[in-house]
Design a protein around this ligand. Structure first.
Ligand SMILES: Nc1ncnc2c1ncn2[C@@H]1O[C@H](COP(=O)(O)OP(=O)(O)O)[C@@H](O)[C@H]1O
Ligand SMILES: [Mg+2]
Length: 491
């Protein structure tokens, strides 16, 4: 430890300032960790934030000799110059483990900085599990509490800030070390699928009956209905439902056979349902429905049809996940409805298992979160949003963790508020300025400068929430393995 200054006036239980000893302004940086040797008796761990450089001779509120010097290009005396940092209290570290600080911090208490070799991370709790390292200190791995994995996680940062890589290199190994299996939904098919051995593609996967109905309706543009009540309930959909639920369509070996089968059987069903019992004829409206369906089904592409013919079930995927530790569902090809339908099949199955009170020991990684549960869900997004919310609620009891990645937190660029509330631990990286308000709400009153949140470098994340040993957000960083290897080569 090295003494860097003393506490300034105006300290409280949770906040203080440090006036830096001469020259320390060149060493002490924002986010550095310090120990306050409180004259009132305890030792308090805190983090430097904010910060101020002051020279009374250089105030610009009125004209002064200092200002006059500046005007003629000279420097006034720096006798009245000092530097200070704000200190956000992490907690009472008197006994080597972190406790809530309840003591008032005495002005003029000594402040010491943690140097590289006095690793302060053990004070934050020795959980045996870590994610990343404390900013600028590669040897200080940050302890993260795995007991709260099923209180769910959110990873928020604008595109390119390192969310997917943080998840791949740090969060997934952390979750696995805690004994969970991992099921990844790779929306783009490029972030995870190439890096894990066990993966499924869109056309491999079997869908549940109602998901098939939803999917087929959506690729047939809901038969031209646009009112939400008619999208959900209309005679064509009802007929399709009957045919799909009967299940014989699953024996159609290829797309064209399926097209014929559906066309014949749905038309038959529409005719049967709408036949006048007395006259034995179908009315004008029924003929209209039949015409509509006939047109829609010829417009379906072979790929659309092939996508419902996959055979792998959610149950099989989970069986494989139990053996293989990590399974990736590669959603790289296909349209949005298909991708969401597949997710929905698996998610619904997981809900069923939990309703049967099965412990899952599973983490779901959902990258590109706004695709699944946007701010204002539409169509099938309503169902995916709802099911994610259900997964979160049940997951806490049955060891299912949801890890959601998103480029925005709230509002139009963010994720649905109902889901957001369920993500207890948050990793927040470089943000879009539109999201500052929400981020500041999450990061609380921890003196984090909101200007910094839009400037954060790639790979930096504030971690906040139950999994963080500190009650205030901490700044972590992670390196890509290639970078580590290069350093090793040089050595
Ligand atoms: N910790 C890091 N250090 C250096 N570069 C990084 C780091 N994390 C990410 N990157 C770079 O940023 C790019 C985007 O990362 P990615 O995780 O795909 O971002 P996101 O998922 O947030 O869009 C990567 O291709 C990589 O080159
Ligand atoms: Mg990404």
């Amino acid at each position: 430890m090295r003494r860097v200054g003393i506490v300034s006036s105006g300290s409280t239980v949770l906040d203080a300032g440090v006036i830096l000893a001469g020259g320390e302004e060149r060493n002490v940086k924002a986010e550095d960790l310090v120990l306050i040797r409180n004259r009132n008796g305890n030792r308090i761990m805190a983090v430097c934030r904010g910060g101020l450089g002051s020279n009374e001779n250089l105030r610009t509120s009125n004209y002064s000799p200092g200002v006059a010097y500046a005007r003629v290009g000279r420097h006034p005396s720096n006798a009245k110059e000092f530097y200070a940092f704000g200190l956000s209290v992490i907690g009472d570290a008197s006994e080597g483990v972190l406790k809530e600080n309840k003591m008032l911090i005495a002005p003029s208490s000594e402040v010491e900085i943690f140097e590289e070799h006095d690793n302060p991370m053990s004070i934050l709790g020795d959980t045996g599990s870590t994610i990343g390292y404390y900013k600028d200190h590669p040897s200080w791995r940050v302890p993260i509490n795995p007991n709260y994995i099923c209180y769910h996680m959110g990873v928020f940062a604008s595109t390119g800030a390192g969310k997917s890589l943080l998840t791949r290199y740090e969060i997934i190994p952390f979750i696995r070390a805690a004994g969970y299996k991992v099921l990844i939904f790779d929306w783009k098919g490029s972030d995870y699928a190439p890096y894990f051995k066990c993966r499924y593609e869109v056309a491999d996967l079997g869908l549940e009956d109602d998901v098939v109905v939803d999917y087929l309706c959506s690729v047939m543009d809901y038969f031209g209905y646009y009112q939400s009540s008619m999208i959900e309930r209309n005679p064509i959909r009802a007929a399709l439902e009957t045919v799909i639920y009967e299940g014989k369509w699953r024996d159609c070996g290829d797309a064209e056979k399926l097209r014929c089968f559906l066309k014949d059987n749905v038309l038959l069903e529409l005719e049967r349902e709408n036949m006048d019992e007395k006259t034995g004829k179908v009315g004008y409206w029924a003929r209209n429905y039949m015409k509509k369906f006939e047109k829609c089904i010829t417009k379906l592409s072979a790929d659309d049809l092939r996508n419902v013919l996959g055979k792998t079930t959610a149950a099989e995927i989970l069986e494989v996940a139990k053996r293989e530790d990590v399974v990736v569902v590669d959603l790289g090809v296909g349209n949005k409805e298909e991708k969401l339908s597949i997710f929905l099949s698996v998610a619904k199955y997981l809900c069923q298992l939990m309703e049967r009170k099965e412990q899952l020991d599973l983490a779901l990684i959902i990258d590109e979160g706004p695709q699944y549960c946007p701010f204002m869900p539409k169509g099938i997004e309503n169902q995916t949003t709802e099911v994610i919310s259900e997964l979160c609620a049940l997951g806490r009891s049955y060891r299912l963790s949801v890890v959601l990645l998103s480029q925005g937190i709230a509002g139009e660029i963010g994720i649905n508020a109902a889901i957001r509330r369920n993500l207890n631990t948050q990793f927040i990286g470089k943000l879009n300025p539109l999201d500052l308000m929400e981020a500041m709400r999450l990061l609380g009153q921890a003196d984090i400068d909101e200007k910094y949140l839009v400037l954060m470098p790639v790979g930096d994340f504030y971690v906040t929430g139950k999994m963080n040993g500190s009650p205030i957000p901490l700044l972590i960083h992670f390196d890509l393995p290639e970078v580590k290897a290069e350093v090793g080569d040089e050595g």
